[in-house]
Design a protein around this ligand. Structure first.
Ligand code: NAD
Length: 417
C-alpha cells in the first residue's frame, strides 16, 4: 500500500479514495471523473440560538449538494457536535452513489448542524431547526433538494422543517421525508433502513455461504437502523449476541431477547442496564466473535487501530462510512466480505423516495405494498452489485461504486454536460 494511503484521510478523502478506484476501473475520462467527484453546491450558515437560560449560542449549519444529474438532491440532516463541512461533503457524495445503486431518481446531498441536541431542550431544538431551515431555504425545494432525518434528528424535526418551509412556500409535504405518518409520512419509513439491511444481509448470506438462521450477529448502535435490523434478523432466526450504544453494551452468548431489549431501549433510551444480559464495555463490541458484524452507529468507527480485533465472517455496513479505507484493505486481505453502506443501508432513502412520490400524488400506500416495493428495489440492487463483483472480479464495495458511477456518468452524458 502506498505511504500516502497510510496517513489519516478525512472522511471526504476516504469516500473519494473509493470513488477514484471505481471510476478508474470503469475508465471514466479524467474531466468527468473530477466533475462527478466534486460537490455542486456547498452552504455554510451561522445559526444563533437564544437558549432557555437567556444566553446566546452560535452553531454552524451545513448543506452540501453533491451531484444532481439523476434527479433532485436527497439526503439527511444530522445534529451532532462532530458535524463539519468535510463530513457533510463525504456523506453527500455517498448519497449520490447510494441513490444510483438502488436506481431511484435522485442525486445526493447531506446536511447537519454541529450541535448536541441531548444538551438542548425540545424548544431549543425546534428553534434551531426553524432557523436552519430559513437559512438554507433558497437551496431547498420538492424538485430541488429534499432533506430527511439522520443521526439525532427524527420525524418531529422533519415536521418543524416542513412547517417552517411551508410558512413561505405554502403546504409542501414533499419538501422533506421521514415525517410522521399522520402528516404525510410514509408507512414503513421508520423501519425501512433496518429492513433494507436485513434484505441485503439475507442475500449476502446466500452469496458468502453463511446460514442466516442460527447465525451470530453483533450490532453497534441500537437507534433507528440498529434496532430495526436487529428485529428483522431476530425474526429470521439469527441470534443477536451483542449490542452496543452510546451509553453501554450488553451481551448474551445464547442470543439476546430482542423483543424485550426493544421494549427496554424504547423506555430507557439505551440498552445499558438490560437485565437479561452480561454487561460489557461498549468499545469491546468489535472484538466479539460472530458471523455477521453490523456497525450501525457512526462513521469512522473501524480503523487500522481496531480492525485487528474483528472476529467475524462478514461485515454489513448499517452506518454510513463506518470503515476507513485502511481497515477496509485489511478486511479484504483477511478475506472478510464487507457489504457496503451505499447498498446495505439504502432502504431508508428508497422508502423516502416512496414517501416523496406519495406526497406529490397525494395518494397513500399500505405498509405491505411499501415493503414489497422496497424488497424488490433492494433485491435488484443487490443482484446488480453482486453481478458486477463477479464479472469484474472486484469486492462488493468497488462493485457498488462501479454500478453507481456508471449510472451517474450515463446521466451526465445524456444531459450533455
Ligand atoms: P440514531 O441516532 O437513531 O442511532 C444511533 C445509535 O448509535 C444510537 O443507539 C447511539 O446510542 C449509538 N451510538 C452513538 N455513538 C456510539 C458509540 N460511540 N458507540 C456505540 N454506539 C453509539 O441514528 P440512525 O438513524 O440509526 O443512524 C445510524 C447510522 O446509520 C448513521 O451512520 C446514519 O448516517 C446511518 N443511516 C441512517 C439511516 C436512517 O434511515 N436512519 C439511513 C441510512 C444510513
Amino acid at each position: 500500500m502506498a505511504d500516502s494511503f497510510r496517513r489519516k484521510m478525512t472522511a471526504y478523502e476516504e469516500v473519494n479514495w473509493q470513488y477514484n478506484k471505481a471510476a478508474e476501473a470503469l475508465g471514466i475520462p479524467e474531466q468527468h471523473k473530477a466533475i462527478m467527484r466534486n460537490c455542486y453546491r456547498e452552504l455554510k450558515v451561522q445559526i444563533t440560538l437564544h437558549r432557555d437560560d437567556g444566553s446566546l449560542t452560535e452553531f454552524f449549519g451545513f448543506r452540501v449538494q453533491h451531484n444532481g444529474a439523476r434527479g433532485p438532491y436527497k439526503g439527511g440532516i444530522r445534529y451532532h457536535p462532530s458535524v463539519d463541512m468535510d463530513e457533510v461533503r463525504a456523506l453527500a457524495s455517498l448519497m449520490t452513489w447510494k441513490t444510483a445503486v438502488v436506481n431511484i431518481p435522485y442525486g445526493g446531498a447531506k446536511g447537519g448542524v454541529n450541535c448536541d441536541p441531548k444538551q438542548m431542550s425540545e424548544k431549543e431544538v425546534q428553534d434551531l431547526t426553524r432557523t436552519f431551515t430559513r437559512k438554507i431555504d433558497m437551496a431547498l425545494g420538492p424538485y430541488r433538494d429534499i432533506p430527511a432525518p439522520d443521526v439525532n434528528t427524527n420525524a418531529k424535526v422533519m415536521t418543524w422543517l416542513m412547517d417552517e418551509y411551508g410558512r413561505k412556500h405554502g403546504y409542501t409535504p414533499a419538501i422533506v421525508t421521514g415525517k410522521p405518518v399522520n402528516l404525510g409520512g410514509s408507512k414503513g419509513r421508520e423501519s425501512a433502513t433496518g429492513l433494507g439491511v436485513y434484505y441485503t444481509t439475507r442475500h449476502a448470506c446466500g452469496d458468502f455461504e453463511i446460514p442466516l438462521k442460527g447465525s451470530r450477529v453483533v450490532i453497534q448502535g441500537f437507534g433507528n437502523v440498529g434496532s430495526w435490523a436487529a428485529k428483522y434478523l431476530h425474526d429470521a432466526g439469527a441470534k443477536i449476541i451483542a449490542v452496543a450504544d452510546a451509553d453501554g453494551a450488553v451481551m448474551n452468548d445464547r442470543g439476546l431477547d430482542i423483543p424485550a431489549l426493544l421494549n427496554f431501549a424504547r423506555e430507557k433510551k439505551t440498552v445499558a442496564g438490560f437485565p437479561e444480559a452480561d454487561v460489557m464495555k461498549k468499545d469491546r463490541i468489535f472484538g466479539v466473535e460472530c458471523d455477521i458484524l453490523i456497525p450501525a452507529a457512526l462513521n469512522g468507527v473501524i480503523t487500522e487501530n481496531n480492525v485487528g480485533e474483528i472476529n467475524t465472517k462478514m461485515v454489513v455496513e448499517g452506518a454510513n462510512n463506518p470503515i476507513n479505507p485502511h481497515a477496509d484493505h485489511i478486511l479484504a486481505e483477511k478475506g472478510i466480505p464487507v457489504i457496503p453502506d451505499i447498498l446495505a443501508n439504502a432502504g431508508g432513502v428508497t422508502v423516502s423516495y416512496f414517501e416523496w412520490t406519495q406526497n406529490l400524488q397525494q395518494f397513500y400506500w399500505e405498509e405491505s405494498d411499501i415493503q414489497k416495493k422496497l424488497e424488490s428495489v433492494m433485491d435488484k440492487a443487490y443482484a446488480d452489485v453482486s453481478r458486477m463483483a463477479k464479472e469484474r472480479k472486484v469486492l462488493m464495495r468497488q462493485a457498488a461504486f462501479m454500478v453507481a458511477i456508471q449510472r451517474v456518468y450515463d446521466a451526465v452524458l445524456l444531459r450533455g454536460i
